[in-house]
Design a binder for this molecule. Structure first.
Ligand code: NAP
Ligand code: MG
Length: 490
């Protein structure tokens, strides 16, 4: 049988026959303040220089948050220090664990509200926040709750003790999940925290602050400051912070590393990526196509471990691209609160322009662009799911992280060539391998310089599984037993 003509089948299948009625999640019952300062020493405090956080799907202002200056950062660090010395370090692991369990359960109890708020502030589809972000966020607290009273078994003979005050800075792509990845291991290990969410996604961190109050977490154990990059930089500079944990761009990661050089502060960096998703000719191709779609269109491609470089074996390349186009034509792009939406809004105008700029550059450099011809909403930051064929390794779109729903497709002939191309990047965060042969999966996985390698799947996360990078993707691991190391003196 010949391959389906990719442009005719979707119209047939998904044109008039498969129209979905709108199924929006109702945001009526969610509650949040229109203005938040900061959360310091167990209380919400007023701040200065308020700025707006918008809903990227509507461009309407959702809430305003304050900007933490040096003085506010100092207050937060002092609160964390007091709580560390007077309360948290003295509690037994069993007691710390009880708080973490309580926080995890409260997140589960408030799951729907958190999911809706995360969709509104970030732009990601409700089916992702509901089924992935929020459950995983709770799972991280519950997982690390289990370690809190077992540290001496986890590190036998090492007599593990906490480090002190951790400054944690997180990005906008997974606001709740990154918060959980940072807070849970730090608290389980006995540290106190000052956390700064990203300026475009402060909302769910403020809701978590409410949850921390409900859980009666001792005041000052977790402090959350709002603000932009300068507030993060002030936190990094503060002399009484013992450890910095950062997730975000490689560029800012380098600045932070420079700023703390020569100080005793510890550092972990989780930075960008340009993950290779490798499809061998013996793979189950339809399954692989689902994995390609999940790899690059999950969270609008704004994922550090996205499978943004597709490496397909030459013998099946044409077939895979044809199947991919058919599958992409059925992607529903639009209202993040609609339960049928597959691809939501890009987080900010700035990010959308960055994606647009790189796509234009891809075309200028000679790659061939194909985009879904779906209807985009009139307002909001939406970007068509896009793929590039005829991509060369030297193209900017094969090297730079686009952080959007844009896939660069390259081909290879032999496993060795696949490995060489996959490793030919400044990054080393993630990769995927699709093959029918288990031995091939393991052999190739072993040769890839990437922190996480998925076999016949992609973008699977579990709190028990360590995550982190090589090269310019950063250092240190989050998740699993390994995620405790950065927060302990051993
Ligand atoms: P970013 O600038 O690195 O921001 C990450 C966090 O660091 C945010 O909370 C940010 O605050 C803060 N920050 C900015 N400048 C800082 C400084 N000098 N010192 C301390 N903290 C600072 O990342 P972005 O602007 O959100 O995104 C830019 C690119 O980063 C993306 O296009 C993507 O390539 C990459 N990225 C990677 C990840 C990942 O998971 N690895 C996540 C997001 C983005 P503000 O947000 O308030 O500026
Ligand atoms: Mg927002």
């Amino acid at each position: 049988m010949t391959n389906p003509a990719p442009d005719s089948i979707p119209a047939l299948l998904f044109g008039d026959l498969w129209q979905y009625a709108p199924a929006p999640e109702k945001p009526d019952f969610v509650k949040f303040e229109k203005r938040y300062g900061h959360f310091i020493n167990g209380k919400f405090v007023e701040g200065e220089n308020y700025f707006a956080s918008i809903n990227p799907a509507t461009e309407e202002t959702l809430l305003e948050v304050a900007t933490a200056d040096e003085k506010m950062v100092d207050q937060a660090v002092q609160a964390a220090r007091q709580a560390y010395e007077k309360v948290w370090r003295k509690l037994s692991g069993t007691e710390r664990g009880k708080y973490l369990y309580r926080i995890g359960r409260l997140i589960q109890e408030n799951a729907m509200e958190l999911a809706i708020l995360e969709s509104m502030d970030n732009g990601k589809p409700i089916k992702e926040t509901r089924d992935i972000d929020v459950p995983l966020c709770a799972a991280h607290f519950l997982y690390y709750a289990g370690w809190a009273d077992k540290l001496s078994y986890a590190f036998p003979g090492a007599n593990p003790s906490p480090i002190g005050v951790a400054g944690q800075i997180i990005p906008w792509n997974f606001p709740l999940l990154m918060l959980a990845w940072k807070l849970a291991p730090a608290l389980a290990a006995g540290n106190t925290v000052v956390l700064k969410p990203a300026e475009t996604t402060p909302l769910t961190a403020m809701k978590i602050a409410e949850i921390l109050q409900k859980a009666e977490l001792p005041a000052g154990v977790v402090n959350i400051i709002n603000g932009a990059g300068a507030s993060g930089a002030a936190l990094v500079r503060h002399p009484d912070v013992n450890k910095i944990a950062f997730t975000g761009s490689t560029e800012v990661g380098k600045i932070i590393q420079r700023n703390i050089a020569g100080t005793p502060k510890r550092l972990t960096l989780e930075l960008g990526g340009k993950g290779a998703n490798i499809i061998f000719e013996d793979a189950a191709l339809d399954q692989a196509v689902e994995g390609i779609v999940n790899g690059i269109f999950f969270n609008q491609g704004q994922v550090c471990c996205a499978g943004s470089r597709l490496l397909v074996q030459e013998s099946v390349a044409e077939q895979v691209v044809a199947k991919l186009k058919v599958r992409m034509a059925s992607l529903r792009v639009g209202d993040p609160l609609d339960k049928n939406t597959d691809v939501g809004a890009i987080n900010s105008r700035q990010q959308m322009e960055k994606i647009g700029g790189l796509v234009a550059q891809g075309e200028r450099e000679g790659a061939h662009l194909w985009q879904c011809d779906c209807q985009l909403p009139a307002h909001g930051f939406f970007f068509r799911p896009s793929i590039f064929t005829e991509v060369a390794m030297s193209h900017t779109i094969a090297q730079e992280e686009i952080f959007g729903p844009v896939l660069s497709i390259l081909t290879f002939r032999t496993p060795a060539e696949a490995v060489e191309k996959a490793n030919n990047t400044q990054y080393g965060l993630s990769a995927g391998i699709w093959s029918d042969k288990g031995s091939k999966l393991f052999k190739v996985a072993g040769a890839l310089r990437a922190g996480v390698v998925w076999g016949n799947t992609y973008n699977k996360f579990d709190p028990a599984s360590p995550f982190g990078g090589y090269k310019e993707s950063g250092f240190g691991r989050e998740g699993g037993l390994q995620g405790l190391y950065p927060y302990l003196k051993l």
